[in-house]
Design a protein around this ligand. Sequence first.
Ligand code: KG4
Ligand code: ZN
Length: 338
Amino acid sequence: MLTLAVETSCDDSAVALLEGTRPLAEKVSSQTVHAGLGGVVPELASRMHLEVLPGLVESLLAESGTSIRDIDTFAATAGPGLVGSLLVGLSWSKAAAFATGGRFLGINHVASHLFIHYGDETLGPVSFPAAALVASGGHTSLFVLESWDDCRFAGGTRDDAAGEAFDKTAKLMGLGYPGGALLDRLAAEGDASSASLPSPLDDPDLPEFSFSGLKTAVRSLLSAGTKPEDVAACFCRTVSSILSTKLLALAASARARTVMAAGGVSANSFLRAGLAGECSRRGLDLRLPALRWTTDNAVMVGRAAAAALEADPSACSPFSCNAFARWTGTRLGPLACA
Ligand code: KG4
Ligand code: ZN
């Protein structure tokens, strides 16, 4: 079962070829046009996807010696994300499915971040129940999974997403965009206990986050003359401790056997180290994505498609499947349009 997966929800154009859940080849083109602009400019992002996507698919197929006619399933992110960007990948995949008679699947982006752990051959099957965190530039949400088919939203952010807080803080510090990885790198040279930042909504059992107030606290530290590397380290320590404390409290209340994290922020070295220590102390199986699969990629889209087909081998999305900017729901599944 060959799947050609496409991800264009923001500023990375990504394509992957998978046999079931096993990636055979992948290509990513990250847009650099936004670098000096302080954030992603939606129209520029859509235009870049339109320009690079055909070439990416062509080189993916050439590299793997596959003809587009051999593809069974064309899966593309339908949302949430930037609508103009999503429309490019979505329309490309529908057209390819229409032309070749293949199946088309519209995939939920939040679910696909989490489904990078589905069918992971290196660590084996996930033991349920599981508590999961998806933290990226657009989302910070907690979930309880009783199985891959039963994923319940437990709570999320009231304002900024965790990645957005990293990006805004980095911008404030003049570090550039996207800021998460830059802050993480700078933090390695700083002292994380040199200052303290507020921890809003700090009841561990409340599965909700608020990150918008951190910017003001960072601004005060900077104007008090705290060294940038110390500010970066304190910021990384504070955000990762908020995320891991709430994720682990959820794991305890759900009697979870596994803890999973996904999304761009799951690349953060403070968060990864903190979760690794706590999970090993508590005897929990921890699933973190390989670093290249923390941020937007198409392998996760292909694995979400594989999960949808495992649950229902006749699953198929209609060609009327639309792009969407936001996801609000209580149950999360891989399919955006069924
Ligand atoms: O998952 P992703 O590629 O896109 C969305 O779906 O939003 O996540 C991108 C986000 C950005 O906000 C970026 O600053 C953040 O992930 N990020 C990090 C790190 N690497 C990327 N945040 C903290 N530490 C990192 N090492
Ligand atoms: Zn994402």
